[in-house]
Design a protein around this ligand. Sequence first.
Ligand SMILES: [Zn+2]
Length: 280
Amino acid sequence: MIPVSRPQEPPGVLKRNAARWLSELQAAIANLQAVKANPTSTKQEVAKAEKNVEKTTIKYRQKEIKDALERIFHGKCAYCESQVTTTGYGDIEHFCPKGNPRCVTLTFDWSNLLLSCEKCNDAGHKGTQFPLDSNGNPLLIDPTDNATDINKHLHFSWDSVDGARVQGRDARGKEVERIFDLNSDRGSRKELIKHRTERVKYMFSLLKIAQETGNLEAIALLKEHCQSRAEYSAFAVVHILPYLAHHCHDPEAVALLKEVAQRSPEYSIFARVNNLPSIP
Ligand SMILES: [Zn+2]
């Protein structure tokens, strides 16, 4: 997971229609409740009212909205940072889930829409889950909220036995780790672990080349891995970027490190030259 900037302005189709779509959805829900409450309603009448709620809900599924989210998220899942288009189409995901009654008013709210892979969004993972803390604030992290320091809640770790892991540092991070099964503790994300670990391993072998030989091509490839558009850049920013900045003295890497540190106080503490972990 990495922080992502969302333009204030929603895509045109959402700006023009969100208010109308919401009132149609609320009317459809009210109608369903009335049909269900009526003892003379038939099964068919209930099914028809349910279908109408579904039809009214999915109006957010617009190419213009999906395209905008793909640009904002660089085609990556907001939660697991995998390229959503590698094996599927990706989902328009509701941070506050559309199937959760407290979130109905956010069904067409631009700030509530994210891009996610189908796996993170499915019923076995986020589904309609939206855990809250004792003050009623969401425990999950919205990477577009411009306020949450992701590195404070999540640790992007590496070790040679378990590979690349996303570990929760606190209650919020632990919920992210658990709900999306980011380390496949429930066995549901084996492909994610394999792919992510291979990518991070590859980064380390490039880093060895860069350090031992100063090879410019290796440094250029590593800088690419640290960019937000690269898959699992959260790992590259933690494990690679400080070395490029402090040891290879690459000016672009120094600039990027400063940029990341500005957004993340936790990262700025970590990424000082004396605090760096040793390279495997
Ligand atoms: Zn995902």
